[in-house]
Design a binder for this molecule. Structure first.
Ligand code: HEM
Length: 488
């Protein structure tokens, strides 16, 4: 809803000031608007007791004070932080959104129980994509079990087998790059993560036979999650129609693949699809075809865009802002590969501390998930002296929280080394870093990537991508496969 409103304001030609000028020129229209607003505030008056302060962003928005085009809603949320502090509300239509910014306020958002803060009610826009009866359209207990299946598919053993496939895909991909020229990194790494996801998550059948068509359908599903979908997932828009058509075709593609796998007495596959086929709920029931397809799509959406965005920003940060890191990264690779032998394994990746630091710093500055929302279900959720009203949408905002001056020194600078020599004030501070969210719903991969002993699946994907890519110090346009891939 927030993005919808802000998108509309941002797209008014000549800025929102035009609205004011029009109103001034037509007194009846102005009067009508004022009457409407008065009625509106009377009907939806705020009856909350001791709520956080409200930040009225409308005047600033109309005056064009926020850089909506370049910063989106983030500039506005930062302005609220400055004006009202780390916990404040904004009014969106008849609803209020409570922003929880910085480590202390975010902790409340991340650590509350599911009975206090509900996730499913704000993520209904995913239901037409993931499907009925799965993830956010299933009861909380079932969601927990379904996410367990997903985490099993990304466990250490699973990732060990995935990493070889990812490496192979990455090498094949870079071999197609021309000797000279330029590339769009965002597009290229999105394609690459789609390929690796296809191979490791969706299965060999998809990767080998229908990958190109599947990638097109994925685009339609992705484009079908618009700002309007957030408020009205079934709105009769073109994007939604394409989304629904694509969903039907995805089911048509997967049904025979699943049937063929079910017909095998013993499977030789070790991908995520097979993990789901072999998984059982606590009562012993197997997943239905629809649940399997829904979870495959959920994992694909959770992992593909997050990994591809993280890889892209990491590349841009290193190559455009801190080129001097390249020799250090290469030296690290050389040393680590000397220790681990010629194969780029998970353990070798886990030893690349500077690369991890670059990824962590990228996630601090440009986390791919920017608004983490929940609906307040109780009337006694407290932060400081405030009571956050029942019915509010509560919102943790990692890109704002992780750039607070009170939390990080030089917060807008890309300084990977800060994670190698962690700033004392942040070392033990919960939620100074929120790139993976936190608490019960934070990406469970979050515990893995930054520490060395248990490298995360997703970060490995990113690392594998980057390791090979960074291995050419000469230029970003060189075909990197021609450079030795992480070999000593
Ligand atoms: C760089 C990569 C990734 C980043 C930055 C990332 C970030 C996040 C964040 C911020 C959340 C919390 C969402 C919320 O609180 O509303 C989350 C949750 C989740 N992520 Fe990731 N993620 C990444 C990769 C992945 C991958 C590869 C998968 C699986 C294939 C995955 C699966 C999930 C799932 C299932 C949840 C929901 C957990 C729950 O609600 O209990 N993520 N992720």
């Amino acid at each position: 809803m927030l993005s919808l409103l802000l998108d509309v304001a941002a797209t008014v030609p000549g800025g929102a000031g035009v609205v004011l000028t029009t109103l001034k020129a037509h007194p009846f229209l102005l009067l009508f608007t004022v009457v409407l607003l008065v009625l509106y505030f009377k009907v939806f008056r705020d009856t909350a007791v001791n709520p956080p302060p409200t930040f009225n962003f409308i005047p600033g928005l109309l005056k064009g004070e926020f850089d909506m085009k370049n910063q989106g809603a983030m500039g506005l949320i930062r302005a609220g932080l400055k004006a009202k502090g780390d916990c404040y509300r904004i009014r969106l239509g008849h609803r209020f959104v409570t922003m929880m910014l910085g480590p202390e306020a975010s902790q409340v958002a991340y650590e509350a129980k599911d009975t206090e803060l509900n996730q499913a009610e704000v993520y209904t826009f995913t239901i037409p994509v993931f499907g009925k009866g799965v993830v956010y359209d299933s009861p909380p207990r079932q969601i927990v079990q379904q996410f367990k299946f997903v985490s099993k598919g990304l466990s250490g053993d699973a990732m060990r087998s995935h990493s070889a496939k990812i490496l192979q895909e990455t090498e094949m991909f870079f071999k197609t790059w021309p000797q000279k020229g330029s590339i769009c990194l965002k597009k290229a790494l999105s394609e690459l993560t789609c390929l690796t996801a296809s191979r490791c998550l969706l299965g060999r059948e998809i990767r080998e036979s229908v990958h190109v068509r599947f990638a097109e359908l994925y685009e339609h599903l992705n484009d079908g999650m618009t700002a309007i979908s957030f408020a009205w997932p079934g709105a009769p828009t073109k994007a939604h129609r394409l989304r629904d058509k694509a969903r039907i075709e995805v089911v048509r593609i997967f049904k025979p693949i699943i049937a063929a796998r079910r017909a095998q007495a013993v499977s030789t596959e070790d991908d995520f699809l097979q993990v789901l086929l072999d998984s059982r709920y606590r009562d012993g029931t197997a997943l239905t075809d629809e649940e399997i397809i829904g979870l495959l799509l959920a994992a694909l959406f959770a992992g593909q865009h997050t990994s591809s965005i993280t890889s892209t920003w990491t590349g841009l940060n290193i190559f455009s802002k801190r080129k001097e890191l390249v020799p250090r990264l290469l030296e690290e690779q050389r040393k680590v590969m000397e220790k681990h032998g010629s194969e780029l394994t998970m353990d070798a990746l886990a030893d690349m501390e500077l690369l991890h630091a670059c990824l962590k710093e990228t996630l601090r500055l440009y986390p791919p998930l920017i608004l983490l929302m929940r609906k307040v279900k109780v009337n006694n959720l407290r932060y400081k002296d405030f009571t956050i009203p029942q019915g509010d949408i509560i919102c943790a905002v990692p890109p704002v929280s992780m750039r607070m001056e009170s939390v990080w020194k030089n917060p807008n600078e890309f300084i990977p080394d800060r994670h190698l020599h962690e700033e004392p004030e942040n070392k033990d501070r919960n939620y100074a870093f929120q790139g993976f969210g936190g608490g019960r719903h934070g990406a469970w991969v979050s515990a893995l990537p930054i520490c060395k002993s248990r490298p995360s699946g997703v970060i490995c994907c990113v690392l594998l991508t980057l390791s090979s890519w960074v291995s050419s110090p000469r230029s970003t346009t060189t075909p990197l496969s021609s450079a030795p891939l992480c070999r000593a």
